[in-house]
Ligand binder design. Structure first.
Ligand code: HEM
Length: 558
């Protein structure tokens, strides 16, 4: 109410002013102004206060979000602080009894919209598995040029249309991933890192892992890598990075004449060029398959040594169906985004955390050496980068402790910190009896869920890979799917919309980390926040992306 009266005061002042004026013209003008201010006040009032039907849930004031947005706070600066404000409100409302608890369900504000956040494993399971109740909102219909770049793809569309995409995309992902897709680009990475380490220079893992995963993705997706490791300013790498930067710049996108502005025209030109690049790849690959008489050939089943690329397998699966060339393009565009940034972030957090926790780094290295053999480890320490050893599929699958490290990293720093938005299509009752009306935007707060002390204990915020030892199955396998953890670990989402690239990412993470462990030892240095365990992050509320971490690598001796 206080917010409303503050905003409405100018309207009252204008009305008083009207009364004091005599001419009709001034009266009409002032009345018009009063209506406009009143309308704006009502809009602001409605957007800063949650809707009446949700106001009983805990929430932090919208102004606190606005302040941190305007300051450009990184994720680890704003999120824990806002969660604490939410906890205070939850205590006032009697939802929790101590600040160590996290409410199962709460609200968070994002540019004028209040989202329901689920942070309880049972409710997360409900959302993941009852997709007809929690329909995915179309995200590419968003701001600015997003639809032109992402089109309609398997990631972004609601269920009926999703089936059309998934039919063609599935066969391309349901397969083994030859470790050379990642081992080959990682050799280029190691050549560059060798140069940095011998010059005594520190590296920012976020930057290098972005380049590494872009090369891994493009090699596996098209059969040729963009070679971002060696040529970070190459034409298509730079174009793609410029597009991503523009599409995530809210200040630019909210500009009323953005599409006509110089920045808008530039990004439109970049998107048209990039789309053409993808169309050319599709057309060339189709022509090549036709010339080889392989168009329409069935996709092989899961095979670890399959070097066929994603595009080839999708063209094969699409052959003879109503899947269009634009469908192929828009899915390739989303693989670019979903397939490299997420894995890059997890890899750089794993490098960071192992740099802070040397005991974990040593234990992971000992396991890699034990599985790959002492000879391979000796060679890996001394050979040229171009001959660097990488694990076979059998070896990477045998890493147990390294999987614990990956799981624990993805628990503390889930690259997708909250699930893309859903909307309730009917009234829903959550596990604790809370009722949500139809039409409400909902998300799973993966960050809050995976750090919940009620689930993970008082050390929930600490990096302890060994906490996963008890989850190893009788066959020795480390489970990586949400039902195995009653949905308390779900960085890849769950249910029918679970990440299709999960295996791709996990194989890539194991291959790259194993190679780095064989070649180097490392420490986190420099940046004080990173050394304290609170690395700086780029301002985003969805993806966790560190900045300014400095790692000092040292070549290992044989
Ligand atoms: C650490 C790496 C990754 C993380 C944390 C991650 C996370 C996620 C999450 C949380 C979802 C679920 C979205 C939802 O339910 O709305 C998702 C879906 C998806 N991911 Fe990933 N992802 C990763 C890697 C990849 C890779 C490597 C690819 C492709 C090469 C990929 C492609 C996709 C696609 C296409 C979907 C949509 C699936 C569908 O709706 O059917 N992701 N990912």
């Amino acid at each position: 109410m206080a917010a409303f009266s503050t905003i409405a005061a100018p309207a009252a002042w204008i009305i008083q002013l009207v009364a004091a004026r005599t001419t009709n013209r001034t009266r009409v003008l002032a009345a018009f102004l009063a209506v406009a201010v009143g309308w704006a006040a009502r809009r602001i009032y409605k957007s800063v206060l949650p809707p009446r039907s949700l106001r009983h849930l805990p929430y932090a004031p919208a102004l606190a979000y606005l302040r941190s947005n305007l300051r450009g706070d990184g994720f680890l600066n704003w999120k824990p602080a806002l969660l604490d404000l939410t906890r205070e409100d939850a205590m006032r409302k009697g939802v929790i009894k101590s600040m160590d608890e996290t409410p199962d369900v709460f609200l968070m504000w994002l540019v004028g919209t209040w989202f329901v956040h689920l942070a309880n494993p049972d409710d997360a399971k409900l959302l993941y598995t009852q997709h007809e109740l929690f329909e995915k909102a179309v995200i590419s219909d968003g701001l600015g040029f997003s639809p032109m770049f992402f089109g309609r793809n398997v990631f972004s569309v609601p269920t009926p249309e999703w089936k059309h995409h998934r039919k063609v995309v599935n066969p391309a992902f349901r397969r083994g991933w030859d470790t050379s897709f990642f081992g080959e680009p990682a050799r280029n990475l190691i050549a560059e890192l060798d140069a940095a380490s011998s010059a005594g220079k520190t590296i920012d893992p976020a930057d290098w892992m972005q380049r590494m995963t872009l090369d891994g993705l493009t090699l596996a997706a098209f059969g040729t890598s963009l070679d971002a490791i060696r040529h970070p300013n190459g034409d298509m790498v730079a174009t793609y990075n410029a597009i991503l930067k523009s599409l995530s710049n809210f200040r630019e996108l909210l500009h009323p004449w953005y599409e006509q502005s110089a920045a808008g025209k530039r990004v439109k030109r970049d998107i048209l060029r990039f789309n053409q690049f993808l169309f050319d790849l599709i057309d060339n690959k189709t022509a090549q398959l036709k010339a080889q008489g392989r168009l329409g050939q069935a996709n092989a089943e899961d095979n670890d040594n399959d070097r066929r690329d994603l595009l080839e397998m999708m063209i094969q699966a699409a052959e003879g169906s109503d899947f269009t060339r634009e469908d192929l393009r828009s899915n390739m565009a989303i693989f670019f985004l979903a397939g490299h940034d997420t894995t890059a972030n997890e890899l750089s957090f794993a490098i960071y955390l192992m740099g802070l926790h040397k005991d974990v780094q040593n234990k992971a290295r000992a396991e890699v050496i034990q599985i790959m053999g002492k000879d391979a480890a000796r060679r890996a320490a001394t050979c040229d980068a171009a001959d660097m050893v990488y694990p076979t599929s059998e070896q990477e699958r045998a890493f147990t402790y390294l999987n614990f490290v990956i799981k624990e990293t993805m628990r503390l720093y889930p690259s997708v910190a909250k699930l893309p938005r859903r909307k309730t299509s009917a009234p829903v009752t959550l596990s604790n009896g809370v009722k949500l009306p139809a039409g409400v935007p909902v998300t799973v707060d993966t960050y809050a869920l995976q750090r919940d002390k009620a689930v993970y204990g008082p050390d929930a915020d600490e990096f302890k890979p060994d906490r996963w030892a008890s989850t190893v199955g009788k066959d020795g396998a480390v489970p990586m799917h949400p039902p195995a953890h009653n949905y308390s670990w779900a960085p890849f989402g769950g249910g029918q919309r679970i990440c299709i690239g999960q295996q791709f990412s996990l194989v890539e993470q194991r291959v790259v980390l194993a190679m780095l462990l064989l070649r180097y030892e490392w420490d986190v240095v420099g940046n004080a926040n990173a050394l304290k365990g609170v690395p700086d992050m780029i301002p985003s509320d969805v993806t966790l992306h560190s900045k300014g971490i400095e790692v000092q690598l040292r070549r290992r001796s044989a």
